[in-house]
Ligand binder design. Structure first.
Ligand code: F6R
Length: 638
């Protein structure tokens, strides 16, 4: 469903369609493309498409394949030109865009091979210039691009036109921006394997397309999207050049739209329908903008901050301040499992039962301590029956060398104890041989996957021991969707949901904690959360305990909830923060440098502490008590 939060505004210099979910946006783009293909077919003409790779267009390709298989959409009149390719790159490498396009689209539709064009990453450097000119010429010979599909990089790149690219640039060899290289590590495993260069259509090539659709999904794109749509046209954000195109539009999900003025601060745009949540957001925004604690804001401040409308609707500054201050104050609790024998009317958790069964779901084996280690420690210290369920094995995030080290240990141990020596020797040899010949990004052998999973299992068990979680309360689920041995996972399946149902039925928790990365449409956390939602939906109405169960969402390693959303803030003392750090240290395979560090150079414990300090400081700036650190949760009402 397309959602228009508020009327489009003068802040936006490109038309933006906001969809609630990325899938819905992707389907709408696919239908637009299908429409184009069909209308060209009717005229006996070719449809010339400019295509992109990356995570953004995947949903579009999926729907196009469905339309082809189920609704007779034919690609026989379609000619495609891809935006870019890494350089150098062999087409059969897993990271190549040739491989990507065939896997995601071409192999599943009836496109003619001779109509596919993807920049050639195998060319000797001396031939590149002529090749790029020929690529441009070929597009022109086909009458130009009817429609260009685009994603956007965090640098603001379109294609691989990094900051500094001019509006007239043509297809050429370019250097990748360091941020783009960091973002590509997820596909190449290690930064040093990411090519430093790429062949890309120019901004000028893209601008010549008759129609352009730029897509962005997830909160990670929100900031650069806002700059693209609302900022000045500048080569510092190459995507902003699209503002000059007569027929370019932007399709986003609600999370990528978060930084747009009409979504973030709608009171700057026009009249608002004020409710408690919006009032809270506005007052917090004003307090931070004016650099004044909430209780010190005056009528004058509200007027200066474009919030006089709120004064008219909701009363004077004094009342507004108090109302919002009290709401935030009530989110703070040192009793994440509820405070026994206390009036809980205004507390985030219920007092009864005094001892709760708390079930913490952790998508990977370390998300529990990274994201809510302080709260976990408190729950244990306060005598709750704490269970931790590790949803996936996390095996792909272990370095090959660590697997080798543990294989050596297993052999040494077998020889020392003189047990199972022959078979261990054989398996050890198998591991050594496999790792010696392993290609970049290649799937691990089942044996290596098993070793890596065991390494992470041992670390998680050690962290639980350190936190005082009882051994029988530590559950390793190994959800099957994850077990591909590759970054790419299977979709959520029945077996995954059943595993979650089983564990919920076994524990019958009073409260659940889960990684709630609702704003990131990709990745393991989302699938793990979907499995929990699906399992709870099945049990609701069937099992009485579900009605009394609270579901608390923590954010993963990357982001924190906005202070205006937080419903439970658990303070962490300096000593508790140290204990939390030590619990994170138990995950040795993820320490110093991780296989998947994401786009943040800090170690997990540093990110976690910075984030917890930041939340505490925000509360302090708003005029609430000053704590060392805080963990934050939002309650999901299912
Ligand atoms: C891909 C391309 C890039 C991506 C951009 C976003 O062909 O040219 O500009 O569109 O880096 O990547 P994702 O979609 O993976 O976030």
């Amino acid at each position: 469903m397309e959602v228009l939060h508020y009327p489009e505004t003068t802040f936006e210099k490109l038309p933006v369609a906001i969809f609630e979910k990325s899938d819905e946006g992707a389907v709408s783009v696919a239908h637009e493309i299908a429409e184009l293909i069909r209308s060209k077919q009717k005229k006996g003409k070719q449809a010339v498409l400019g295509l992109a790779t990356g995570s953004s267009p995947i949903g579009v390709y999926k729907e196009l394949i469905r339309l082809c298989k189920e609704e007779g959409l034919s690609f026989r009149n379609v000619v495609t030109f891809n935006l870019d390719e890494y350089y150098p790159m062999q087409p059969d490498e897993l990271q190549s865009y040739v491989y990507f396009m065939h896997e995601q689209l071409f192999d599943h539709v009836d496109i003619l091979p001779e109509n596919i064009h993807i920049p050639d990453g195998t060319l000797p450097i001396g031939l590149v210039k002529d090749y790029c000119r020929a690529y441009e010429r070929k597009i022109e010979e086909h009458g130009g691009l009817d429609l260009q599909l685009l994603g956007i990089g965090r640098t603001g790149h379109i294609g691989f036109n990094e900051p500094g690219s001019s509006i007239t640039s043509a297809t050429r060899l370019v250097k990748l921006d360091p941020l783009t290289i960091t973002d590509a590590v997820k596909d190449f495993i290690k930064e040093e394997y990411v090519p430093l260069r790429a062949l890309t259509m120019g901004v000028g090539t893209i601008m010549k397309a008759r129609k352009i659709v730029l897509m962005a999904w997830g909160e990670g794109k929100a900031k650069i999207l806002q700059e693209t749509v609302e900022g000045k046209i500048s080569d510092a954000v190459p995507a902003s050049f699209l503002q000059q195109h007569p027929n370019a539009r932007v399709v986003v999900d609600q999370w990528a739209a978060l930084e747009l003025t009409r979504v973030k601060t709608p009171w700057l745009v026009g009249m608002c329908a004020w409710d408690d949540a919006l009032i809270r957001r506005a007052v917090i925004w004003l307090s931070l903008k004016m650099q004044k604690p909430i209780l010190k804001l005056t009528d004058e401040n509200y007027k200066d901050g474009s919030l006089s409308d709120l004064l008219v609707e909701a009363g004077n500054a004094y009342n507004l301040n108090l109302k919002v201050f009290n709401t935030i104050q009530r989110t703070i609790t040192g009793w994440p499992g509820g405070k026994p024998n206390s009036n809980d009317a205004q507390r985030p958790e219920r007092a009864v039962p005094a001892v709760k069964r708390s079930l913490i779901f952790s998508p990977h084996p370390d998300d529990d301590v990274i994201s809510m280690g302080g709260t976990l420690l408190r729950l244990v210290d306060q005598g709750h029956d704490v269970h931790v369920a590790y949803q996936t094995s996390g095996n792909i995030a272990v370095f090959d060398d660590d697997a080798r080290r543990y294989a050596d240990f297993a052999l040494d141990f077998a020889e020392k104890m003189n047990v199972g020596v022959a078979s261990t020797r054989q398996e050890h040899a198998e591991v050594v041989e496999f790792l010696k010949h392993k290609k970049l990004g290649e799937e691990d052998s089942p044996l290596v996957q098993e070793i890596k999973a065991l390494i992470r299992k041992g670390e998680a068990a050690a962290a639980c021991r350190f936190c005082g979680v009882k051994e029988p309360n530590v559950h390793f689920m190994n959800m099957p969707f994850y077990e591909t041995g590759q970054v790419k996972k299977k979709p959520l399946g029945e077996a995954d949901i059943q595993e979650v149902v089983d564990i919920l039925q076994e524990i019958q928790p009073h409260q659940i904690f889960a990684a709630g990365d609702l704003r990131d449409p990709h990745g393991t956390h989302q699938v793990c959360l979907d499995a929990i939602f699906a399992a709870l939906a099945r049990l609701k109405g069937r099992e009485a305990w579900v009605e009394d169960c609270y579901l608390w969402l923590y954010r993963g390693a990357w982001q924190e909830w906005g202070v205006e959303e937080i419903e439970m803030a658990v303070p962490i003392s300096p000593e508790e923060l140290m204990r939390k750090r030590k619990a994170i240290f138990k995950h040795q395979s993820q320490k110093d440098s991780a296989v998947f560090p994401g786009n943040d150079k800090r170690e997990f414990w540093q990110r976690s502490e910075d984030r917890n300090h930041d939340t505490a400081q925000l509360y302090d700036r708003l005029g609430l008590a000053e704590y060392e650190a805080m963990e934050a949760f939002v309650r999901y009402r299912f």
